[in-house]
Design a binder for this molecule. Structure first.
Ligand code: KIV
Length: 279
């Protein structure tokens, strides 16, 4: 076993609860942060005991759980349902629940009320919201209420109708400068970490070097403090989604298809259940 394998094994076997403070320490000592999405009790149980550092109850539930084309339709009540299910499973990981579209963009009063509902009803550790300068007052107010906030910049899927495309963001100078400014504003407002989605690796590297809080990338290259993927994508449950940044660690679509076909055949053939499987 080489040193880096030993190091990651030791870290994933560390049973202490992951906190925002521990994420900060991980950045300081150069230990990468692992983050995945989960939306239900059973999958959250598996990925928590496997040693993931952060579980995001992402509004990508709108796509992978509810079958919507975008993240916009999912409601606050639905996010609270997913958050509550995940929280029943998790012992070690830090849990972040996404604030859904429409629950915080209106004004700071609405934003703080939505954040408090998520924290009270799910008992999650923190919330995440998308955007920079436009929502900075709400971020400061939520942090002021004692709620840890994770920011999200770059490709922000709740703004897909404004962007009109899921292409790489911040390739032009003006958008890159705004992203750097927004990242600093989020840090100053008290965010404990920021997700950077689908931006050039060198821009993500600059933000990571300039900020003291952990930067978690998705399609933002290797020079960040941690990585996040949507669980259904990395397990190969989704077939039709293959962006360059996605590495698949399993092929569950084919695996599940094979299992279901075997079951259907056994039932049709009268092979299941056997006498041993009967009472
Ligand atoms: O909702 C989600 O899954 C996310 C990740 C893509 C970071 O926000």
């Amino acid at each position: 076993m080489n040193t880096s394998e030993e190091k990651s094994l030791n870290n994933s076997e560390d049973k202490r609860k992951v906190t925002t403070h521990r994420l900060h320490e991980m950045k300081q000592r150069g230990e990468k942060i692992s983050m995945l999405t989960a939306y239900d009790y059973s999958m959250a149980t598996i990925i928590d005991q496997a040693g993931i550092d952060v579980i995001l109850v992402g509004d990508s539930a709108s796509n992978v759980m509810a079958g919507n084309v975008t993240t916009l339709p999912i409601t606050l009540d639905q996010m609270i349902y997913h958050g509550t299910s995940v929280m029943k499973a998790v012992k070690r990981a830090l849990v972040v629940v996404d604030m859904p579209f429409g629950s915080y963009q209106g004004n700071t009063i609405e934003a703080i009320a939505s954040a408090i509902r998520i924290m009270k009803e799910t008992q999650a550790d923190s919330i995440k919201l998308e955007g920079g300068e436009e929502i900075i007052d709400s971020v400061a107010r939520i942090v002021g209420a004692g709620i840890p906030v994770m920011g999200h910049l770059g490709l922000t899927p709740q703004s897909i109708n404004k962007f009109g495309t899921y292409a790489v963001r911040a390739q032009e100078e003006a958008e890159a400068s705004k992203l750097i400014k927004d990242a600093h504003l989020l840090e100053e407002a008290g965010c404990f970490a920021i997700v950077l989605e689908k931006i050039p690796a060198q821009l993500a590297r600059q933000v990571t070097n300039e900020l003291h809080i952990p930067i978690i990338g998705i399609g933002a290259g290797p020079y960040v403090d941690g990585q996040v993927l949507v669980m259904h994508d990395m397990l190969g449950i989704n077939k039709g989604f293959s962006p360059r940044f996605l590495r698949r660690y399993a092929n569950l679509y084919d695996e599940i298809t094979r299992a279901v076909r075997s079951y259907v055949k056994d039932v049709k053939d009268g092979d299941f259940p056997s006498i041993d499987e009967s009472y």
